[in-house]
Design a protein around this ligand. Structure first.
Ligand code: DGY
Length: 318
């Protein structure tokens, strides 16, 4: 019997290709690790495909879904799936899976990497050393702010928020959180309202999923509530922060620093960010340890294989 046809939008790991090849005819596998297919390319590749393995950077909108007339299932190698029109999938009876849990701890580690880097001016001071400007030790060189004893505010207390709270407690921080959905006590963190969190925190970490409700969740009026010494960390999604407002606030010295792993319209970002020493910029790598990226790819593959075998999906969205 012919195997169902699968399109893979980005280069993935050999172990997953091997597992998938036993169940699928891999009609297309993008050999590039970082170049998404254009929309016309994606539509063309999906013309005959029944299965799709995609990533956060592929826009699978209603137009793509309606053109993919044979499609039965999409597995995204990510926990967030705002790039996929889930309602259009549901309307067509197309299943969708994501990769929760396997990236929780790695992503929480990275929130702390950004937090520490902004607090202690790691990127800025490294640029100074690399450019040969360091002439000798001095008391006032790159003085940062302390993490221990500071107040950490977590916006979004899901799995990753909980793992960040645990780390905050380990660092001797006072941990506050705000959650739009069901409120819960998490790892010693204290639930507060949104305004209190913004006003009281030395570090505000954003972990809310992106949706129409969280579009520009943080904008000028919110940044205005923050302490002038505070730092904003975005590991959620571009679009959760209105980047234009954040850039203006940083330029005006309204907050001390920002650590940004995601951007509105990424991989493009506002060029003004590049001019600021107090912003740490990374290319959407919060989940990127080799072990975790391997687990994300394997879990996506396992979901596809489960569907083809008529078994329940391991981590279904719909
Ligand atoms: C996710 O899983 O949603 C991340 O943003 C991709 O690493």
């Amino acid at each position: 019997m012919a195997k169902p046809s699968l399109v893979i939008t980005r280069r993935i790991y050999p172990e997953a290709i091997e597992a998938l090849s036993a169940h699928f005819d891999i009609a297309f596998e993008n050999q590039s690790s970082d170049t998404p297919l254009t929309k016309p390319e994606l539509i063309e590749k999906l013309a005959q495909a029944q299965y799709l393995f995609c990533t956060v950077a592929d826009k699978v909108d209603a137009e793509v879904i309606s053109a993919a007339t044979q499609l039965k299932m999409i597995a995204t190698g990510a926990v967030g799936y705002n790039n996929i029109d889930a309602a259009a999938c549901k309307a067509r009876g197309i299943r969708l899976s994501n990769t929760p849990d396997v990236l929780t701890e790695t992503t929480a580690d990275f929130a702390f990497a950004l937090l520490m880097a902004t607090a202690r001016r790691v990127s800025e001071s490294e640029r100074y050393v690399r450019s040969g400007q360091w002439k000798g030790w001095a008391f006032d060189q790159f003085t940062g702010v302390d993490v221990h004893g500071a107040t950490l505010g977590i916006m979004g207390m899901g799995r990753i928020g909980g793992a960040i709270a645990k780390r905050g407690a380990g660092f001797g921080m006072q941990v506050l959180y705000h959650n739009r959905g069901q409120a819960k006590q998490e790892n010693g963190a204290r639930l507060v309202d949104r305004e209190t969190l913004l006003k009281s925190s030395d570090f505000v970490v954003l972990v809310v999923p992106y949706s129409p409700e969280t579009h520009h969740f943080i904008q000028a009026k919110d940044i205005d509530l923050m302490k002038p010494t505070a730092c904003l960390i975005n590991i959620a999604r571009g679009g959760v922060v209105k980047d234009e407002d954040l850039l203006a606030a940083l330029r005006a010295g309204k907050i001390r620093a920002a650590g940004l792993d995601v951007f509105e319209g990424e991989p493009a970002l506002l060029p003004g960010f590049l001019e600021l020493e107090n912003v740490v910029l990374t290319p959407h790598i919060a989940s990127s340890s080799r072990a975790t990226r391997g687990r994300m790819v394997s879990l996506a593959a396992e979901n596809l294989i489960a569907h083809v075998q008529g078994l329940p999906l391991k981590t279904p969205v719909i």
